[in-house]
Design a protein around this ligand. Structure first.
Ligand SMILES: NC(=O)c1ccc[n+]([C@@H]2O[C@H](COP(=O)([O-])OP(=O)(O)OC[C@H]3O[C@@H](n4cnc5c(N)ncnc54)[C@H](O)[C@@H]3O)[C@@H](O)[C@H]2O)c1
Length: 272
């Protein structure tokens, strides 16, 4: 018996085994949840069905988040199979590559709208699709990044979309609170996934982050999945509208000591 036993929901954003959504899905299923996976496009169906079978589930549903009818059908099928919906994981983002490279100044109208639709508006669309089926105590979770409120090289229009996503999270938390539904976000540190490796200098950023974070390592899929479990379970019943950092503490840093030159302050203090 796990903390998610008796709960059912959809995890949206599994493309492969490196997807953060897959780590979350495995964690939830391991804690007793009935997890329905979705795939964004027909070419992903076979892989997502295979992953779904590994969870001991049959549910792999088509769901392009730009398609309201697909969202409604996925929510209805999940609710029909399990009597309602207790959680939705939104781990979806997209920006045309040329837009990411163009700086915000070079963002086209079309590229801006496409990025915002998939990466931000889709949380609203999913909330609306699932609302008729949410059971009291239900929880929604989305994934964001520090590029929402700091300028991160190469993140550009995606940072703008993440700022909107975090704001949507707060407004939805207010709209849905009266229905007993909570909405939160995890702001994760960089993790090697198919979306992330498309960002310029990703490898270099991973190395820097490991040395610049208080915990002196990069966060893992497991770190994010563990926090996701907390936010999706009843253990976090008093938390909504929050952006929870799972970034090894990187966001608290203002300046960085040169790791080689600086004395280790704790060791120094212990000497006195
Ligand atoms: N990897 C990181 O370093 C990192 C850090 C912070 C936040 N995030 C966020 O985590 C989330 C998951 O990304 P990931 O890193 O696991 O990469 P990923 O490529 O595995 O996941 C992105 C998912 O978005 C889906 N998607 C794109 N367009 C879609 C559409 N129209 N309809 C439905 N699904 C669509 C893709 O199919 C894919 O499954 C994203 O929101 C990302 O911004 C990632």
């Amino acid at each position: 018996m796990g903390v998610m036993t008796g709960k059912a929901g959809l995890v949206i954003g599994v493309a492969n085994q490196q997807s953060i959504a897959w780590a979350i899905a495995e964690k939830l299923a391991g804690e007793g949840a009935s997890v329905g996976l979705t795939y964004a496009a027909p070419n992903l169906e076979r892989r997502v069905r295979g992953l779904s079978a590994r969870l001991g589930a049959e549910t792999a549903l088509p769901c392009d988040v730009n398609d309201d009818a697909a969202i409604d059908a996925a929510c209805a099928k999940m609710a029909e199979a399990h009597g309602g919906i207790d959680f939705i994981v939104h781990a979806v983002a997209y920006a045309p590559g040329a837009e990411l490279a163009a700086g915000v100044i070079g963002t086209s109208r079309r590229g801006f709208l496409d990025t915002m639709e998939v990466s931000a508006y889709s949380l609203v669309a999913l909330a609306r699709g699932a609302l008729p089926y949410f059971r009291p105590g239900a929880s929604m979770l989305t994934l964001t990044y520090i590029g929402s409120d700091r300028v991160c090289s190469g993140y550009n229009v995606m940072g703008v979309a993440k700022a909107a996503l975090e704001s949507i999270c707060r407004y939805l938390a207010t709209d849905l609170g009266r229905h007993g539904v909570r909405v939160n976000a995890i702001s994760a540190g960089p993790i090697r996934t198919s979306a992330a490796i498309g960002l310029p200098n990703f490898q270099e950023m991973l190395a820097k982050r490991a040395s610049q974070s208080p915990i002196r390592r990069n966060v893992t899929h497991a770190d994010v999945a563990n926090s996701a479990l907390f936010l999706l379970s009843d253990q976090s019943g008093g938390t909504t509208g929050s952006v929870v950092w799972v970034d090894g503490g990187y966001n608290i840093m203002g300046t960085w000591a040169d790791a080689e030159a600086a004395p280790a302050p704790v060791a120094e203090a212990l000497e006195h």
